[in-house]
Design a protein around this ligand. Sequence first.
Ligand code: GAL
Length: 663
Amino acid sequence: MPPLPPSHLELGVCDYPEHVPQSRWREYARAQKALGLRFVRLAEFAWSRLEPRPGEYDWRWLDEAVETYAAAGLQVVLCTPTAAPPAWLAERHPDILPAGRDGRVKTFGSRRHYDPSSPVFREFSRRITRAMAGRYGEHPAVVGWQTDNEFGWGDTAQSYTPAAAAAFRDWLRERYRTPDALNEAWGNVFWSMEYSDWGQIPLPGQAVAEVNPAHALDFLRFSSDQIAEFQEEQVAILRECSPGRFVTHNYMGFFSGFDHYRVSRCLDFASWDSYPTGTLEAVREWGLAEPGLMLDFARTGHPDVTGFNHDLYRGMVKGAARQASAPGFWVMEQQCGPVNWAPSNPLPARGAVELWTTQAWAHGADVVSYFRWRAATMAQEVLHSGLLRHDERPDRGYAEVAALNTAQFPTGEVPARVALLHDYESLWLYNLQPHAEGMNYWAQTFAYYRALRSLGMDVDLLHPDSDLSGYAVIVAPALTLMTPERAQHLAQAAEHAQIVFGPRTAFRTASGRTPEDGQFGPLSRLIGARLQNYDSLPVGLGQTVHLGSEPHTARRWAESYDPEGAAVLARYVGGPLDGEAAVIRHGNVTVIGAHSETLIAGVLEERLNAAGLEPTRLPEGVRLSRRGGITLLQNWNASAQTWQGEVLAPVSTRLLGTVKESV
Ligand code: GAL
């Protein structure tokens, strides 16, 4: 059995033997192996079949399934089935069910109907995990585990139950020790929100109007910790009963509900579920890009929307992106045909599956595992595709998978010299009070990412407190939460790297207040300026900015600075900010106060050049990615594109030896 992590890209599939007659299993396993797949993921959501009655386990079918797939030469990834508690559990212990923001309890009948704060649920989860890991943990074909499934799916990252309220109060007591300390941190003197007893603190779901953002922020932190603890309990059992196997979790793209860094600490690597067309549809409302443009990419998804999440999950665990020897991440579920859950679910373009698979590899994925083997013939996902159609004939993605030569794609480092900083606490603060229609954390962060990718850069997405040595350019588009320690860490990084900040940098403290000395709080010395004005621009209202003599238009947000020691690179022209500084520079640190995609791209291009990184302008939807000495050149457009005199066919992938060879 070749060791993990693999030396080149490997493929897998998610299969559900319990959905089909046993007579099909051997043929499925044989065909999967013949297609060149190495891994099969099993048992996700299979709790009702594994423990049909409390404490009564039925392992026969999974024993036989594991043996059948193993006999065909496949390696098995098992899932703890806890994302789908069986009906008997919900019936006996209705307090395991989660409640929405309005306090209404969600019922059995779909999935993820559990409250991670419920001690009863946690007990049952530990029990099934231990039973399953005890049974299969040392099976030679079992190489790894996925915990649960997609934490937070179905708006379940926060639960508003009495159990959550009690656990939240304990969490607050632990953090603040006295109600007075909490009152001070949250600023509860405002509107007489002061508490004299822990029991007075409600969950922040049903306040008359906007709840104190500090209260909401701590509830998000608490909920995140609940998910982390839940995962840690499972991981501890798996490590004990299944030594030598990896443990991962399959996250979702652009998901804000919990701190993925915190929740991932106990994993070997992160995985995520990549549905490029579905995600593009789902994020349309965020205004990541112009609506017409999003339509142009309806059949492939936009490369940066998918690439962003690859880069996010590559950098999730223990700075994995920085160590050549660290395992890469997995795409645990890769779309291979139309999905069923977006507002519209277009048929992917021919070539899209090859495009997605090779892009995932180039962004650091060691394994891409398709969802799913055969389209479901029952229940909620009958309209979702698989590699096989309902009638078991190969669907369109199948031929593209068959044609992949995975040996061409060595695993190895993504040689990023640019880091983009991302953290969930800043995200929460930002999105709790967006302050301008259409303004949100992801849109702002994505604008910088897209600009970097359109300039040909490989990008590591990292937590701001991680090791930043070795980067030439560090970009922090929306780092609104600043602490003195973080400021010091960034000041050290600025000694060797160019740093570019976006608006609202260092606008909030760890408890959600503004710094007493205003923006930029503990970063003031490094930035050499202070905030002057901020302007929230209604949709349709622009604010002109001049970078040199070049005009740009800010939308949604424009903030200006009193430069003090910093140089002014761009100024606002006209309107209430007329003449004020929009972009400033102090030593190696640049701050862009206006939300304008062209301005952002212009400033970044200049900084990348200054750092010697040789940016190259790419057409929309054409992207370069490098890994293990190979450069991938892709065109995600439905039309041919020309780049540096080369015509790139629609929806196409090319492998180049090195960038130098091609340019
Ligand atoms: C994911 C999930 C899968 C399946 C898939 C459909 O959310 O993990 O089980 O539901 O989406 O796209």
